[in-house]
Ligand binder design. Structure first.
Ligand code: 1GP
Length: 249
């Protein structure tokens, strides 16, 4: 039973918006894990994503168990490569970087991961991952050695998302890149959402309640927040109080 995906579809049907906190294992302070868990539990998050472009931590299993035991949210892997797979998570975004033309990220990593996933109890969610230019080179671009789609070419972005859906992907993820200066624009989200039947995930550079609302209003079903929460675990408390978060250090 694919419960995570069934719940995402149900949320989309009832227009309930979803929010994932993305946690990069390399950036989590282990000595303060209890506090982090408490902040997640007090936040409006509906999902926990775990992963990053190039994670070197070796205790991902342990971290995932901590989140599963202490947070009542599905823990979903968002892996940069097969070495980040933990069979202890609830599910995995099985990503194919369909904006790029690097076979490693289109199919090679997936071939390596497939036997592990097949034997596991992880819920596998096929996801068409689309990287969009954000004004500067992001880690995904560097690590994947692919060019993002131009943010001005909305037709190409929309066609790529439709191709992903027609190929059988169950989610489309529009990604500006972690820490992006500019999140995916409202015009892009709107065009893609209008042309998709499957749920739409949007992330990268979303750092304020206004940009979260913009993404939802344009048609995003699930918004991903990484850097803003990582830099300030009080991020959600602050946006509820109307205190704007600044990405600048
Ligand atoms: C990155 O979309 C996610 O893969 C989240 O991005 O870290 O900028 O929130 P941020």
């Amino acid at each position: 039973m694919k419960q995570i995906y069934a719940d995402i579809l149900q949320a989309k049907k009832s227009n309930k918006k979803l929010l994932a906190i993305l946690l990069d294992p390399d950036k989590i302070d282990r000595s303060n894990l209890e506090n982090l868990v408490a902040k997640i539990n007090m936040s409006p998050a509906t999902h926990i994503f775990v992963g990053g472009s190039h994670v070197i931590s070796t205790d991902i299993d342990d971290l995932i168990m901590q989140f599963r035991q202490n947070c009542n949210l599905p823990v979903i892997l968002f892996p940069g490569n097969p070495s980040q797979i933990s069979t202890l998570a609830n599910g995995i975004l099985f990503l194919s970087l369909i904006s790029g033309r690097n076979p490693d990220y289109l199919i090679e990593h997936q071939v390596k991961a497939a036997p592990i996933l097949k034997k596991s109890n992880l819920e596998v969610i096929p996801t068409g991952y689309i990287l969009i230019e954000s004004g500067h080179e992001t880690a995904v671009e560097t690590v994947s050695n692919t060019k993002p789609l131009s943010r001005n070419d909305i037709d190409e972005i929309t066609a790529t998302a439709i191709a992903g859906e027609l190929l059988g992907q169950q989610l489309i993820y529009l990604e500006a890149g972690s820490g992006a200066k500019n999140p995916v624009s409202v015009a892009i989200i709107k065009s893609v959402a209008e042309n998709l039947d499957i749920p739409l995930v949007v992330g990268g550079g979303i750092t304020s309640s206004r940009s979260i609302d913009n993404a939802y209003n344009a048609g995003a079903d699930l918004v991903v927040i990484g850097t803003a929460f990582e830099k300030d675990p009080d991020f959600f408390d602050k946006i509820f109080q109307g205190i704007e978060f600044k990405t600048e250090d």
